[in-house]
Write a protein that binds this ligand. Structure first.
Ligand code: SF4
Length: 732
């Protein structure tokens, strides 16, 4: 597949020329897709007999569900496939951003460009903002052709496009030539020749001004269809042949403004030409499909994955924060956020505040390892790539990290910064930059960002040649934002060591790239939870790397932990050690349970929860002879499937509407209400306590929670703190 972009000033005739080239290529047997990237959406009209097709952007705007490929592709003359991007009305919105949205849609739609021999983008060239530059990027086009007449403004636009090509393309450039379209100005042909020569490219052909163009257009046809025997049709055939033969592409040398003016004066007024020596900046290369200059990271094309963990609004967090949650855990790496400073602040503040509350050990390395490009007005207007490049080079020089993760924010995607190119350039210069698929909320929610980061780390560092070593375990998906993270690791480690096992790699928490590299030394991997995130990580590592997983996750509470230790003992042939561990824990658990029962036995409990894995909690309540009145499960953004060994024993209501809670508590009169978030208005006489989203692991996790319930109940009866509301005039 070859991918062409045809640029030119609005009204210069590039859509007519593009449609005719498409037909000429199709006539030679090539499979062609033409994509119109002009808000006027008339690129494909002549291929469709004058029919104006629905545009991608209109369909995206009008429909609540995304359109399908069938909605946006029509088949035109000679079987040419046609797509129109569309765009906003003049004077409103951002047409450039529209091009980015169209490109993202096509990426996600499953369109396989390899089904075509030629994909041709027909792009408006007046406005070379980030969005209009998208078809110039390496992942979209291999060659760029510019349509121009000899008029000053047309040449001016063509020169600007050449500047854009210098910014966007690979080191060898991709300007494939100028296509002349006469307007009848004085000395036009020579002027175009001279212009092309100065750019360092060639003039492929010049189409004369002919009434036939207008006639064909009035009949809603291309010249190729309307007058196939005409000279013009032959000229298009020759041009198509030239294109198909693979013309040389160059890195153009755009003209200075006064140079451009002088050229015009020379040819229009016959003034003498001042030969300005051109800098040696052009380089010709033979055509090769999608030249690859990414030495360290060949695969930079943005992959498409679902953005939400569950398709429920509102979006929970953004991919930027989620990705940083994970990349921050590699002690020998640096994370660069291409973002406003506020995004970096929000992200680090989230990690640090949880860290401080939980007195986590993984904190010290977090701050120096996060840098932000702090993009502002200036970068939005002029592009932030240069600043990003400087920051990464500086971070590489000062901090000497093993790798630099690049996480992008939504503003960067909205303006269409071409950071891919910077990554390629830096990687080819020896700096290891690992882009994590992000784009803020555009890329998805917090957990999607986490998975993207885990994937990037695995792809980059896990060494597939490493062999498993006995008695080594990997830990996968530890909760970095849990205040119990360190305590949980300690209690799990105690169990592993009790069975004579060693932790090989924590994927990914407070670790190094070397430990990740040796991930496959771990004989077995253990998930930190069975939630949706960990389930996806398991697939990632099992499908991608053949990692074996224990059929149990970090346990909470006595009964889960007994099962966990037993399975671990069986897997590693340490049954005796596992039995001893369980027996000793059982003695301690029974003693602790006895004292708590005195305070809690017979108490009535209601549970309101977003988390759906609650067997540890139910088991603890039942162990303490407490009475569960009702288990109310809210719709969760990340989990839907309630699974429980106690399903028949407990009254469960799934999809519970939060507004029912108050009345249910008044009606059912529980002594204790357990919930993920304690509401501001407390109804009834119950004591309220939190169900941690990430509870304490190990034999005693459930009892630790129960200890808090017992304490709260004691405090309430002795002190009557609720009466304090009257002091502050808050009583109803
Ligand atoms: S949603 Fe966008 S702007 Fe907000 S923190 Fe995330 S990346 Fe930054």
């Amino acid at each position: 597949m070859r991918s062409l972009a045809i640029y030119g000033k609005g009204g210069i005739g590039k859509s007519t020329i593009t449609a005719n080239i498409s037909v000429a290529l199709a006539e030679s047997g090539y499979r062609v897709l033409q994509i119109g990237c002009d808000p006027k959406h008339d690129s494909t009209r002549l291929l469709l007999g004058g029919f104006t097709q629905s545009t991608v952007l209109d369909l995206l705007k009008e429909r609540s569900n995304p359109p399908t490929l069938g909605d946006v592709i029509l088949t035109g003359y000679k079987g040419i496939k046609c797509i129109e991007a569309g765009g906003p009305e003049p004077g409103v919105g951002c047409a450039g951003r529209g091009i980015i949205s169209m490109a993202t849609f096509l990426n996600k739609s499953g369109l396989d460009l390899n089904d075509f021999d030629f994909v041709i983008y027909d792009v408006l060239g007046d406005v070379v903002c980030g969005g209009f530059g998208v078809p110039m990027r390496n992942e979209y086009s291999n060659e760029i052709y510019v349509v121009s007449s000899g008029e000053l403004m047309s040449l001016y636009a063509a020169n600007n496009i050449a500047k854009g090509i210098r910014n966007f393309s690979n080191p060898c450039g991709k300007l494939a030539g100028i296509i002349g379209n006469e307007r009848g100005v004085k000395g036009e042909d020579q002027l175009l020749e001279e212009f092309a020569e100065r750019l360092g490219t060639r003039l492929l052909t010049i189409f004369p001004r002919r009434e036939l163009f207008r006639e064909a257009e009035l009949n809603c046809m291309t010249i190729m269809e309307y007058a196939p025997q005409s000279e013009l049709a032959d000229q298009f055939r020759k041009l198509a042949e030239l294109i198909a033969s693979g013309p040389g592409t160059v890195l153009p040398a755009p003209l200075e403004e006064d140079e451009l003016l002088e050229l015009n004066l020379v040819y229009c007024d016959g003034r003498s030409l001042r030969r300005v020596p051109r800098p040696e900046r052009t380089r010709t290369m033979a055509f090769e499909p999608t030249p690859d200059f990414s030495i360290a990271r060949p695969q930079l094309k943005r992959e498409v994955r679902p953005t939400h963990f569950a398709d429920r609004d509102p979006l929970h967090g953004c991919t930027l924060g989620g990705a940083h949650n994970v990349t921050a855990q590699l002690r020998d790496c640096v994370t660069v956020m291409h973002s406003p400073a506020g995004c970096a602040y929000m992200s680090i503040d989230g990690l640090m505040s949880v860290g401080y509350r939980g007195k986590l050990s993984a904190l010290p390395h977090l701050l120096p390892n996060l840098l932000s490009t702090s993009i502002g007005e200036e970068h939005v207007v002029f592009g932030g790539e240069g600043h990003l490049e400087e920051l990464i080079i500086d971070a590489h020089r000062r901090l000497r990290p093993r790798a630099i993760f690049l996480i992008t924010s939504c503003p960067v995607s909205i303006i269409g910064d071409n950071w891919d190119q910077i990554v390629r350039k830096l990687c080819s210069g020896g700096i290891k930059v690992i882009p994590v698929q992000s784009e803020g909320v555009i890329g998805g929610d917090y957990q999607r960002g986490m998975v993207n980061a885990y994937r990037a780390i695995a792809d980059e560092f896990i060494d597939r040649t490493v062999s498993p070593q006995p008695d080594r375990l990997n830990l996968v998906g530890e909760r970095n934002t849990s205040r119990f993270a360190d305590r949980n690791f300690a209690s799990m480690k105690e169990i592993f060591e009790g069975l004579g096992l060693r932790v090989n790699c924590r994927f990914v928490r407070d670790t190094t790239t070397e430990e990740v590299r040796n991930f496959l030394r771990g004989e077995v991997s253990v998930l930190a939870s069975k939630d949706a995130l960990c389930t996806e990580l398991r697939s990632l590592l099992y499908d991608g790397y053949g990692a074996e997983f224990l059929d149990a996750a970090f346990p909470v509470g006595f009964h889960e932990t007994v099962e966990f230790v037993t399975k671990l003992g069986e897997r590693f042939g340490r049954e005796r050690a596992a039995d001893d561990l369980v027996a000793s824990a059982e003695r301690d658990y029974t003693a602790a349970k006895g004292s708590l029962k005195r305070a809690l036995s017979g108490k009535k409990v209601m549970i309101f929860s977003y988390t759906q894995h609650l067997d540890w909690l139910i088991a603890t309540l039942l162990d303490l002879d407490m009475q569960i009145l009702k288990l109310c499960l809210y719709d969760s953004c990340t989990e839907r499937n309630f699974r429980s060994a106690y399903k028949g024993l407990v009254d469960v209501e799934s999809g519970y509407p939060p507004e029912k809670r108050g009345q249910d508590i008044i009606d059912m009169k529980p002594d204790l209400v357990l919930t993920n978030y304690i509401p501001r208005e407390l109804v009834g006489d119950a004591v309220y306590d939190i169900i941690p989203l990430s509870p304490l692991n190990g034999f005693y996790g459930g009892l630790e929670q129960a200890r808090a319930w017992a304490q709260k109940m004691r405090v309430r009866f002795q002190e009557g703190w609720r009466e304090d509301a009257e002091l502050f005039d808050l009583a109803p």
